[in-house]
Design a protein around this ligand. Structure first.
Ligand code: FAD
Ligand code: NAI
Length: 481
């Protein structure tokens, strides 16, 4: 007991120390070295998982020392980061934002909080990269925000380009999806879902609304039984049980959640035991799971689905959330078409085991925009980002004359986790040489602690913990923005 007390004491002191250091550090950024024209420039596209883990790990101090020697050597580097959003988004908690369990800004980390803490000044342009020219080693950027200055287009040269632009939402080119459905990838998607959800509920409660229209408006349909679709359906269920039943008692029993999945089961990447557990939990929570069912048409108020028995069924909906996976962004497609040589995969930029884009010079790709043998997850993107930063460091050491071997990238899988509603989560975790599958309330506590520990800053951890406490104590906010 005494040992346990000691561990708790030390843990508390450690946590307070970490928090104090993080707060101080955030409020007192140090003097940065300025842009050095004698050094080479890495242009980094994106502010997602891949880009930020790369940027955080990249040792600009080291490179600076190398760079002082000779210009023609690999020396750094003033980094340029280009992204249409000026923050990092902690995507694993995005489904919680669609119903207000967590507030949007709690899972956003401004990019300046990161760039300002690098030893050398990092330029950041909030803009979209519209073209990459591997021949002239330049990229074109455009300011896509509402407010523009006198200049809103520019061309930036690079010595090294790191492409970490993530992926687009897969729609299979189906008409109506982009027009009528909501995706769940970006912060504005979660905001749109939250607003539309409350709009549906309020419209269903409108004076003399016909019963069939009430049922349509309160039918929330999720397409795609991967982790995004499952976690969203789970959060929606919790919102219904914990809050809507309290504040809209006359409507709550009419709200229905349906999950449509083309494959025979949801969460195909999880073990069969956890798939069954998830499907059982969904059944208990009255979430209808339509497996072996493929969406074929999308209209403004209904979708048409094809069932395994070849029956075409029309499903009216109030809110449609589309989560059928990833496809390459237009910029990645354009680049693949330009490079041609070796870019044979329609699923993304083909890279080798050192993150080099096949067929291009001095160009690297990490995360969801790259096609490799790994799944498009934050775990993979993070490890690739760190690995690439290490590569740059090793190259610098080699240029200095040190003997360094560059090993190919090796991914270490740390397990898969998903929230399935009613304070339950599922987890497939690697253990010894095998796998442990667990599900339930304890796994949910584990799920929460894992994600809190993965957040990059104390500020985000603090905000998310506050949001969880707030929604438990006061309930979620049902006002429509
Ligand atoms: P992203 O994080 O998508 O970042 C891409 C960046 O590129 C963005 O900053 C974007 O603004 C920028 N960009 C896009 N186009 C351009 C352009 N033309 N020019 C410049 N910049 C551009 N994975 C897990 O491992 N665990 C989870 O629990 C998990 N949960 C998830 C939950 C949800 C709801 C979603 C949608 C995904 C989840 N993922 C999870 C997957 C994970 O989020 C992605 O694999 C990860 O974000 C990929 O990182 P990335 O850096 O490649 O791309
Ligand atoms: P996904 O690719 O994992 O799943 C999409 C699902 O949609 C598939 O099961 C597919 O069969 C289904 N589908 C496709 N077309 C359909 C149609 N027309 N009708 C019905 N169903 C259809 O996509 P998701 O969930 O967006 O995840 C993307 C990536 O992000 C994955 O790699 C995933 O592992 C990762 N991720 C991980 C999370 C976690 O670890 N908790 C959470 C969210 C995403």
């Amino acid at each position: 007991l005494r040992a346990l007390k000691r561990v708790v004491q030390l843990g508390t002191i450690g946590a307070i120390g970490y928090a104090a250091y993080d707060i101080y550090n955030k409020r007192h950024p140090f003097e940065q070295k300025s842009f050095d024209p004698t050094k080479r420039t890495i242009v980094l596209l994106g502010t997602g998982w891949g880009a930020i883990s790369f940027l955080k790990k990249l040792n600009t101090d080291d490179y600076n020392v190398v760079g002082i020697n000779v210009k023609r050597f690999l020396s750094v580097l003033a980094d340029v980061v280009i992204s249409p959003r000026n923050y990092f988004l902690f995507t694993p908690l995005l489904p919680s934002c669609t119903v207000g369990t967590i507030e949007l800004r709690s899972i956003m980390e401004p990019i300046r909080f990161i760039t300002r803490h690098k030893s050398r000044n990092v330029k950041f342009f909030e803009s979209e990269c519209t073209d990459i020219d591997p021949e002239s080693k330049t990229i074109s950027i455009t300011d896509v925000s509402d407010i523009k200055g006198a200049v809103s287009n520019s061309t930036i040269p690079y010595d090294y380009l790191v492409v970490a632009i993530g992926a687009d939402n897969q729609t299979f080119g189906m008409a109506g999806v982009r027009e009528y459905a909501c995706f769940l990838k970006e912060i504005w998607d979660a905001q749109k879902i939250r607003t539309r959800l409350m709009d549906c509920v309020e419209s269903a409660g409108f004076a003399s609304q016909p019963p069939e229209e009430v049922n349509r408006l309160l039918h929330m349909v999720v397409v795609g039984g991967g982790p995004t679709g499952v976690e969203y359906a789970a959060e929606l269920h919790d919102f219904l049980k914990d809050d809507l039943e309290l504040w809209y008692p006359e409507l709550a029993d009419k709200l229905k959640i349906t999950l449509v999945e083309a494959l025979p089961n949801v969460l195909p990447m999880f073990s069969s035991q956890l798939i069954q557990y998830t499907e059982r939990t969904f059944k208990q929570n009255k979430i209808e799971v339509m497996t072996k069912t493929m969406v074929k048409e999308v209209a403004d108020k209904e979708i048409k689905v094809l069932k395994a028995n070849n029956e075409m069924v029309t499903i009216p909906y109030g809110l449609l959330v589309w989560a059928t996976g990833n496809c390459p962004r237009p910029l990645a497609r354009k680049l693949m078409a330009r490079i041609k040589e070796g870019q044979t995969s329609p699923r993304g930029l083909l890279i080798d085991d050192y993150m080099r884009v096949v067929g291009a010079q001095d160009m690297y790709a990490i995360g969801d925009c790259a096609f490799s043998r790994y799944a498009p997850t934050a775990q993979v993107a993070t490890q690739q980002g760190k690995y690439l930063a290490n590569i740059f460091e090793s190259l610098a050491r080699i240029e200095e004359g040190q003997n360094k071997k560059i090993a190919p990238f090796e991914y270490t899988h740390q397990g898969s986790l998903a929230y399935i509603g009613s304070d339950k989560a599922v987890a497939d975790l690697p253990f010894l040489n095998g796998n442990v599958s667990v599900g339930g309330v304890a796994t949910y506590v584990f799920w929460r602690s894992v994600y809190i520990s993965y957040m990059f800053s104390f500020r985000n951890k603090f905000l998310v913990l506050g949001d969880w406490t707030k929604s438990k104590v006061f309930g979620r906010d049902v006002s429509r923005e």
